[in-house]
Design a protein around this ligand. Structure first.
Ligand code: GAL
Length: 693
């Protein structure tokens, strides 16, 4: 079981084992869908664009093993040789995301079952149950054959295990999964009494008399929060077990080739617990897709990048997939706005990616994703997208020296735990269907708009080097991690805890005695009832700010125990109660925000916290201009991205690596423009800033 143990902070990953000499640029490549003339044209156009890495073979199981036990690597050999001749490295996929139809015919029992016991139909992808020993044996056989066949081929520079594990097969209720879940539960709790205590089965008389009675939480009236949360952990562990099994085969045959798998890190909660998986990969990789109609999509992109960086221990990570234009799974799939392809790729780079990889190289004519954008669109070479791709390729070559540098001067941490997100959605809540990450997103947006970079770290991360720590809606927290927040404050840190934090322990049991449970003593306040609001309702605060969605009946002691009431509710069912408090604790300060504030008011609160804790922006820039600093041993690089439709200026100096222009004091940024300055000593004000050497 991995979920119950907390990994140590990942060692920073460097560039030693990186698959390309410069920043990686390319995408998923599916030449099996095309005639050979097209493949040859691909080589020419990849050269023109500057592609140096492709992900090959993601869905090619049936190409490698057209029938049970008959292997044929002719196509693969030809492709590896061709790509190598053209100087393109290969991130070779194990093909286990694409179960051959012959395997479905032979073993229909490998299909995952939904909560009503209905199996998926064959086809699509990831049509397998992670607990299935039958699937595992076929999967490991093809992985073994593949790895032994390509071992030593110079084109193979990285392994890509399966594809987005859990995306489609994340939760399974088949008989094998039920049996494995029972074993997992027994291994965790050892006695049925301990299980009954942890899950609180006395409620509704669901008490177990034997582990044999335990099932996966499939279709019943309403489920037990402890059982639901453990099922999330179990499912993540089963997928991790599969990943590890494939990895062990690859490590035997190609011990020097780095291994990754593509995560789907966004807002969370994630289908698997990526933070607890990250150390299992040699390079942490992510797939990220923006939603065209979302006006804050670049900020959501930054949020996921800031999560990825924590998973790579602060070091470079790999953007494995993003879109050159529109996706095809949203109700309406909008293209990227002019220049957005480059802004998005550089946005990922700014936050620590050493790559800009896409799904996919050439747009498919056929199949499920025939309208998903690609680096080379249906329109072909003479297209806006391909011109932007070629420009991006040039930018990445110009930025080559940035490779291996790390995001620097990060002074703010946002605590984020996937288990807290799972716990929020496990069981009925004061607001149902809440999105765990919304509170974190709101604070992150306010920081983004102030050009303040935040690390989005798990609650067991080392906090001492940060000037400000935000605990946004951290619903589940262990005593140890809550204690670490307290220690941080006592030692001089500033913390902001927001509503619906500290509510339950690790088994999803409510902490009694007043909210926010685990943080109540630190904050010196206690809430006795939540008072959520309808979508239309608003509640005024006495300082002019406005609450939406959430308020609380909070009490602060009247004995002068150091709690300052920053604002009170001036309306609603909680009128007169404290809404925002601040308490001096040791050498630091602990703030509590019991309401969901309107964005502008949250921004005003963030301003106060930044100034109180001495957090500086990466550069003086107007709202809408992203500014993030990366630093190598000898240089400092300032990424500036103007996400607005207006010209802007940044107060900064250095040489723009994209144009060669030297800027002294002010950098003009046309609407939508990007710049990456080598600051050449301009930054060396004596302060390295905390958080990153
Ligand atoms: C990813 C997936 C790719 C492709 C892409 C675009 O989630 O890994 O195979 O489907 O989305 O839809």
């Amino acid at each position: 079981m991995t979920s119950s143990t907390e990994p140590t902070r990942a060692t920073r990953r460097g560039t030693a084992n990186w698959p390309t000499a410069g920043l990686s640029f390319g995408g998923d490549y599916s030449p099996e869908q095309w005639p050979w003339e097209t493949v040859l044209e691909d080589m020419v156009l990849m050269g023109e664009a500057g592609v140096n890495l492709v992900t090959l073979g993601v869905f090619s199981w049936v190409v490698h093993e057209p029938q049970d036990g008959r292997f044929d690597f002719t196509w693969l050999d030809r492709m590896l040789d061709l790509l190598h001749e053209h100087g393109i490295s290969v991130d070779l996929a194990t093909p286990t995301a694409a179960v051959p139809m012959w395997l479905h015919r032979l073993h229909p029992e490998i299909l995952p079952q939904d909560e009503h016991g209905h199996p998926l139909a064959p086809g699509g992808r990831l049509g397998w149950c992670a607990s299935s020993p039958v699937f595992r044996s076929y999967a490991l056989r093809i992985v073994e054959r593949l790895a032994s066949h390509v071992a030593g081929h110079p084109a193979v520079r990285m392994w890509h295990i399966s594809n987005e594990l859990g995306g489609g097969n994340g939760r399974c209720h088949c008989p094998v999964s039920n049996a494995r879940f029972r074993d997992w539960v027994e291994a965790k709790y050892a006695t049925v009494d301990a299980l009954n205590d942890a899950w609180g089965t006395a409620f509704w008389g669901n008490t177990y008399s034997s582990f044999a009675e335990v099932t996966t939480p499939s279709g019943v009236t309403a489920h037990n929060p402890g059982q639901l949360l453990d099922f999330e952990r179990f499912s993540s562990d089963e997928l991790l077990g599969h990943y590890r099994a494939e990895r062990a085969v690859l490590q035997r045959w190609t011990p020097h080739v780095p291994i990754t798998t593509n995560f789907m890190v966004g807002l969370g909660p994630d289908v698997v617990d990526y933070t607890r998986w990250a150390d299992e990969t040699d390079i942490v990789a992510n797939d990220h897709y923006t939603y065209g109609p979302d006006p804050l999509r670049h900020q959501e992109l930054a949020f996921s990048g800031d999560r990825m960086r924590a998973m790579s221990g602060g070091g470079p990570w790999m953007l494995m997939e993003h879109a050159a234009g529109a996706a095809s799974w949203h109700p309406i799939n909008q293209p990227k706005r002019p220049g957005e392809l480059i802004r998005h790729a550089l946005g990922h780079l700014a936050r620590g990616s050493d790559s800009a990889m896409f799904f996919q190289w050439r747009a498919s004519r056929l199949g499920t994703e025939q309208f998903h954008s690609a680096m080379l669109p249906h329109a072909g070479r003479d297209s806006r997208i391909f011109r932007d791709i070629t420009t991006l390729g040039g930018h990445l070559r110009a930025l080559r020296e940035v490779q291996g540098s790390v995001v620097a001067d990060v002074q703010v941490a946002i605590l984020h735990d996937n288990e807290a997100g799972w716990a929020v959605k496990s069981g009925l809540k004061p607001i149902n269907r809440p999105s765990y990450a919304e509170s974190a997103r709101a604070v992150h947006n306010a920081l983004f708009e102030r050009a303040v970079t935040a690390d989005i770290v798990p609650p067991w991360a080392a906090l001492a080097d940060y000037r400000l720590v935000v605990v946004p809606g951290l619903f589940l927290v262990s005593d140890t991690n809550a204690r670490a927040v307290r220690d941080y404050v006592e030692a001089g840190g500033t913390v902001l805890v927001t509503w619906f934090s500290g509510i339950v322990d690790e088994v999803n049991t409510v902490r009694t005695g007043g909210f926010p449970g685990a943080f109540r003593d630190l904050l010196g306040v206690s809430s006795e009832e939540f008072s959520p609001l309808t979508v239309e309702e608003r509640v005024a605060l006495d300082n002019g700010w406005t609450a939406k969605r959430w308020t609380e009946f909070m009490r602060a002691p009247e004995d002068g125990s150091g709690v300052e009431i920053v604002a009170r509710y001036a309306g609603g069912t909680v009128s007169g109660a404290p809404a925002i408090t601040r308490r001096t604790v040791g050498a630091g300060a602990a703030w509590y925000l019991s309401a969901d504030l309107e964005a502008a008011d949250l921004g005003a609160l963030v301003d106060r916290l930044l100034s109180e804790s001495g957090v500086e922006p990466a550069a003086a820039v107007p709202r809408g201009v992203e500014a993030v600093r990366r630093r190598s041993a000898s240089e400092s690089y300032l990424f500036l991205i103007n996400h607005t439709a207006e010209p802007a200026w940044a107060d900064a100096s250095g040489t723009d690596l994209l144009t060669g222009t030297l800027h002294d004091g002010q950098v003009p940024l046309a609407a939508g423009a990007v710049a990456v300055l080598r600051e050449s000593g301009a930054w060396s004000t004596g302060s390295q800033g905390p958080g990153r050497p």
